[in-house]
Design a protein around this ligand. Structure first.
Ligand SMILES: CCCCCCCCCCCCC/C=C/C(=O)SCCNC(=O)CCNC(=O)[C@H](O)C(C)(C)COP(=O)(O)OP(=O)(O)OC[C@H]1O[C@@H](n2cnc3c(N)ncnc32)[C@H](O)[C@@H]1OP(=O)(O)O
Length: 701
């Protein structure tokens, strides 16, 4: 056995082709092991290569050549075998892995399918049913599961390369025909067509307009019904369509955005690589409503000891009963044998005196939060980090009532907090880099996508949501129905339209915020202009009528009683809207889905540009990650700012100008940043950060 070292600076693909050819020609070589460097087999193709023409030997013939070799070839899998990496391993005759290795074909998450033979070889190896699951979800599997599925031949806790070498030596000279997956039939269940139809309708429903999952099922149908060569032809055709689709570009952008946001920076120059995070082992959560309970579970799942405090006895009793069950369920879902963290419940704020970090999650009311922060400042030992789960209140105001404002940050979770991936980490002008670094690191430990954002009403996500909701309400005034608006947004790819979503979260949430802002409530005149701007009192009137959404069984839709989930249109709402329009002298007009999308989405995007201009978000990737991970923006559309680039900034500007000039559709004044970008020739989204920084230096923003 000779070890050929792949020369650095040569592309991996070229290196493999050369090494295999040399091994073939070398009579001393009886068998071949392909392994990776530094304990990692292969994470797949370099996604950045997809942006331009791919150079070097193509993967498909390379894998065919390996499969055709007449000496046994084994893949020794350590670390990861993902995408093209697993496809390469499938071309080998044997696969041997370390027990900690992770395998998968995640191409679907990048808008692609396993296009180097994976869609044809995997079902031939593990059967159509299991391959459909792995390929349409892109999920990663452990070595143990891969062994059970038949992807792997052996798994070891010791050195996988040594075992693979020993193994291929032992099989040298044995026939290899049955090991060449391309030559095997695809094991299928008897009712193959009905299985494929069922999976197709499931992925269509789940993926809401995404092309790749559908193409994956089509490729697997080919594997089930066609000879290998024709199946490969189908795989190539489907891959070519996906490869150049906007969706693949959007999903690949989303992959990198998720990683870019981890490299946070603050306007002060502090950043992820020059700030030190504290490692938290004891934390407290104050307030055990829906959000607080989810946060307790999220913390406990990371192994942190949590003091869970609730001063209302009834709420405390309920939380003490519900939270352990939630923890157990979530630990089971994550396949953890026992939940690692310890939770203690208390009604006494004094009990948080020994923790290193507190997350306040009480009712969204500034005076209450100020009271809690004052109390915490007196109870906690010096140096304790104080965080608020506020969804939009002023972090700086909270920091001002403590002795160490530098140790105060926002940690804005999204419901349910133990499930949703997004975490907005909100820094105020006085938040220290250490506090931001600690909150970001804690978020990462909880498996969240943390995004550092500046302090302004609503931060990033909810600030952008405001103009979106506002336009949706205006559209109702002008003649649309809640169903029409929701259908347009769901067709775009949102899991739920704006009105169905409002019904789910409760209409009273926004009502309370508007009351606090003095926009509605006793003594406020019922006009369509408030505080100098067009205002729609429609959602307030719904609340006044007791229609708070799903919880009351009635909202923009009707449900089968309080807590019902299935939304049905409600003639009451139609009459309510007609009466409202008549009272205000409004004449309903017909509104197209295009107008609904432009008015709602471009309003939201425009606010995104304002946020970038105000340096509340460091870059477009931050906004896009927030919308994809927290607000249901369809991932295959990249995020609102990426989408703006795909539509064309000139087009967005033109449509905003159009709607803005309409006398009854104000608030859509295009942002200065959008205008400056268009004037600069609409650079791609990846260049906006640089552009904004330059504009700022030259005081153009
Ligand atoms: C006319 C057109 C005709 C078209 C016809 C086309 C036919 C062409 C056929 C082509 C066939 C191609 C087939 C192959 C496809 C693929 O392989 S697609 C890629 C599949 N692989 C993946 O999706 C894996 C992605 N990566 C991960 O899941 C994780 O990164 C990891 C490997 C599990 C490691 O995780 P972790 O340790 O947490 O590190 P990260 O922070 O995630 O990553 C570290 C840095 O590495 C960068 N990175 C990771 N993977 C890739 C990648 N595949 N490509 C490029 N870069 C990658 C990541 O961005 C991080 O970078 P920094 O942020 O700069 O540190």
């Amino acid at each position: 056995c000779t070890r050929y070292v792949l020369v650095k600076n040569t592309s991996v693909r070229q290196g493999i082709v050369d090494a295999v050819q040399r091994a073939l020609k070398d009579p001393k070589v009886t068998s071949v092991v392909i392994c990776g460097q530094n304990g990692k087999f292969c994470g797949g193709a370099d996604i950045r290569e997809f942006a331009g023409p791919m150079s070097g030997p193509p993967l498909v013939p390379m894998i065919h050549a390996i499969e055709a070799v007449d000496k046994p070839v084994a893949a020794a899998i350590e670390g990861v075998a993902l995408g093209g990496g697993l496809e390469l391993a499938l071309g080998c005759h044997y696969r041997i892995a370390h027990s900690k290795a992770v395998l998968g074909l995640p191409e679907v998450t990048l808008g692609l399918l396993p296009g180097a033979g994976g869609s044809q070889r995997l079902p031939r190896l593990i059967g159509l049913t299991a391959a459909l699951d792995l390929i349409t979800t892109g999920r990663h599997v452990s070595a143990a599961e891969a062994l059970k599925l038949g992807i792997l031949d052996q798994v070891t806790d010791n050195n996988a390369v040594d075992l693979a070498v020993e193994f291929v030596r032992s099989v040298a000279g044995q026939p290899l025909d049955s090991r060449r997956l391309s030559t095997l039939p695809c094991p299928c269940p008897p009712d193959v067509d009905s299985l494929l139809d069922k999976v197709m309708s499931k992925v269509r429903q789940r993926s809401r307009g995404a092309l790749a999952p559908v193409a994956c099922v089509q490729a697997l149908r080919a594997a089930a019904s066609l000879p290998y060569a024709q199946g490969m032809e189908k795989e190539r055709e489907l891959m070519a369509t996906l490869f150049n689709s906007g969706q693949a570009r959007a999903l690949q952008y989303a992959f990198f955005s998720q990683r870019v946001v981890g490299k946070w920076s603050l306007p002060s120059g502090a950043s992820w690589d020059n700030s030190t995070a504290r490692t938290i082992s004891k934390a407290a959560v104050i307030g055990l409503g829906t959000m607080g309970r989810g946060i307790v579970v999220a913390l406990a799942l990371t192994g942190i000891s949590v003091v869970a405090v609730e001063t209302q006895e009834k709420q405390l009793a309920e939380a003490s009963r519900v939270v352990p069950a939630m923890l157990q369920r979530e630990a089971g879902r994550r396949r953890l044998a026992t939940p690692p963290g310890v939770i203690s419940f208390s009604s006494n704020l004094q009990d948080v005196s020994e923790v290193e970090l507190v997350i306040e999650a009480v009712f969204e009311d500034m005076s209450l939060k100020l009271q809690v922060f004052k109390h915490l400042a007196s109870v906690c030992r010096p140096g304790t980090l104080l965080c608020s789960n506020t969804s939009g209140l002023d972090i700086d105001q909270l920091a001002a009532v403590t002795q160490s404002p530098g140790l105060v940050v926002g940690m804005h979770f999204f419901a349910p907090a133990h499930v949703m991936k997004l975490l907005e980490v909100v820094y105020g002008p006085r938040s220290s880099p250490e506090a931001v670094a600690t909150a970001m690191q804690l978020g990462k430990r909880m498996g969240k996508v943390g995004v550092a954002v500046g302090n302004c009403p609503g931060f990033v996500g909810n600030r952008m949501l405001k103009p979106y909701l506002e336009q949706a309400n205006f559209l109702l005034e002008e003649g649309a129905t809640p169903q029409q608006v929701d259908e347009a947004l769901e067709e775009f790819g949102f899991p739920m339209g704006v009105f169905r979503m409002s019904d789910l979260s409760g209409l009273d949430v926004g009502w309370r915020i508007r009351k606090e802002a003095g926009l509605t409530g006793p003594g406020v005149e019922s006009t369509r202009t408030r505080q100098g701007r067009r205002y729609s009192p429609l959602p307030d009137q719904m609340c006044e009528a007791g229609r708070l959404g799903q919880k009351t069984g009635k909202g923009w839709y009707q449900y089968d009683g309080p807590g019902g989930r299935v939304a049905r249109s409600d003639p009451w709402v139609d009459i309510f809207l007609e009466t409202y329009r008549a009272e205000h002298g409004l004449v309903a007009r017909s509104i197209t889905p295009e107008e609904i999308l432009e008015r709602c989405l471009y309003a939201l995007i425009n606010e995104g540009f304002n946020i970038l201009q105000d340096a509340v978000a460091a870059g477009p990737e931050d906004i896009d990650a927030i919308y994809v991970f927290g607000y249901g923006w369809p991932r295959h559309r990249g995020g609102p700012m990426f989408h703006a680039g795909q539509v064309g900034l000139g087009r967005i500007l033109e449509r905003l100008n159009h709607h803005h000039s309409h006398p009854d559709v104000p608030h859509l004044k295009p942002s200065t940043l959008l205008r400056r970008l268009v004037a600069a020739g609409s650079p791609p989204v990846q260049k906006w950060r640089e552009f904004i920084n330059k504009e700022r230096v030259h005081s153009q923003l």
